[in-house]
Design a protein. Structure first.
Length: 420
């Protein structure tokens, strides 16, 4: 791999090889990242990168679409089977693009969306003031009732919904480690006449692998998602509609021609391959192991009396208050762990008094190490090493020893090339 790049552009080749080594010799714990199979990587670099395919299968604006139609139909059919959707759009270029297209399809400027507050686990596209979306739509927010248990204040959510009359009630999260009560979301949405949407970007693979609940089973109308993270596909987005043809048609028009031009068909092919991998029986085992490994890490952090937001996890991620528990900021923890070969991300905790660029917490999870074959024992050991490193952050000998142990772990559990 990279033979032609090596000959043609040594600077890019050097950067690529550096990333190959970084990933091979370190542990990826950012819960929104994962490793893909070589088949997915090959599709992303395939000949389909040459082809413009504006429109949808059977309804393209350019000729020469015989094989692009085959690929997109495969991706859509496999996604429908994975998630129980009647309609799917696989063209969004990312999760944010999927959410924006969904808003544009269903709303008029000035309409209201009720979503989770970013500081309590929501996502930028759920209405954070820094996004341009807040200049177009009005956002109301709900929060956790108790940051130590993760319980959502559903009664307050209902009161806000009755007062604000949102057109969309949006569930889903970026840094929330518990399962949501989908039935309550749907009940509130039906009461105020809103469309119930679930952003499953973080847990799509867990839903596909039957490890957590599927919001469609509780009456949600739409699900938006990324196709990487726990789903273990290429970086991209997708919108799924449970059964409404009317909503599906609006979404298709919003994606193209509303917001995007020609889809990246090489990426669509990679999505099709990843969805095929997720349909294998082994993927269910993988999804369940993600949860087991996260629980194993949770137990270690609790044993060391390190505060976990929401008190633990029901999914693939954990959010730890390292500043309150260890006196180290999220930024300091991220940078220190980077030096020993463990990649996490700094993250704000609920109602964080510190700023977003140097918050109180770190966010980490188990999708990528589970892909490498880590079990509960190995995951618990990673948690122990994280805590030991943070507690002994001034001891270079301790940091060096931990770095060597991480390298040994990585050799024992290399990044797989094929998912069987």
């Amino acid at each position: 791999m990279y033979d032609h790049i090596k000959k043609q552009d040594k600077q890019v080749y050097k950067a690529l090889m550096g990333e190959e080594v970084r990933e091979a010799e370190g542990l990826e714990l950012i819960p929104s990242e994962n490793y893909v199979s070589l088949a997915v990587r090959e599709a992303n670099a395939s000949i389909l990168t040459n082809k413009y395919s504006e429109g949808y299968p059977g309804r393209r604006y350019y000729g020469g679409q015989e094989y692009t139609d085959q690929v997109e139909n495969l991706a859509r059919d496999r996604a429908k089977k994975l998630f129980g959707a009647k309609y799917v759009n696989v063209q969004p270029l990312g999760g944010a693009n999927a959410n924006i297209a969904m808003y544009m399809a269903l709303l008029q400027p000035g309409d209201t969306i009720l979503g989770m507050d970013l500081s309590h686990g929501g996502h930028l596209t759920h209405g954070h003031p820094v996004t341009y979306l807040t200049k177009i739509f009005k956002f109301a927010r709900y929060k956790m009732k108790d940051a130590n248990t993760g319980e959502i204040d559903y009664e307050e959510m209902r009161q806000v919904a009755v007062m604000e009359r949102p057109k969309i009630i949006l569930a889903g999260f970026s840094a929330y480690p518990r399962e949501l009560d989908y039935a309550k979301f749907v009940d509130i949405a039906r009461e105020v006449g809103a469309i119930a949407v679930m952003d499953i970007a973080h847990i799509a693979g867990l839903i596909a692998g039957k490890a957590v609940k599927n919001s469609f089973d509780y009456g949600f109308d739409i699900m938006t998602t990324t196709t990487h993270k726990t789903l273990r596909g290429p970086r991209g987005g997708m919108i799924l509609v449970r059964e409404s043809e009317e909503l599906a048609k609006k979404i298709d028009k919003a994606v193209f021609p509303g917001l995007q031009g020609g889809p990246h068909m090489n990426n669509v092919a990679a999505k099709a391959i990843a969805f095929g991998e997720a349909l294998k029986p082994s993927f269910k085992k993988y999804a369940k192991q993600i949860l087991k490994n996260a629980k194993a890490m949770e137990m270690v952090f609790k044993h060391h009396n390190i505060r976990l937001i929401a008190g633990g996890t029901d999914n693939h991620l954990l959010l730890a208050d390292v500043y309150g528990s260890l006196g180290v900021t999220g930024k300091e923890a991220q940078e220190l762990l980077d030096t020993i070969g463990i990649t996490v991300n700094k993250n704000a905790i609920a109602d964080d008094a510190r700023g977003p660029m140097d918050p109180s917490g770190i966010r980490f999870g188990t999708p990528a190490i589970t892909t490498r074959g880590f079990d509960e024992k190995a995951s618990a050991r990673v948690a122990e090493l994280m805590i030991e490193s943070l507690k002994n952050r001034s001891d270079k000998k301790v940091q060096k020893r931990i770095r060597e142990e991480i390298r040994t772990m990585c050799k024992k559990h290399p990044i797989p090339k094929v998912f069987r």
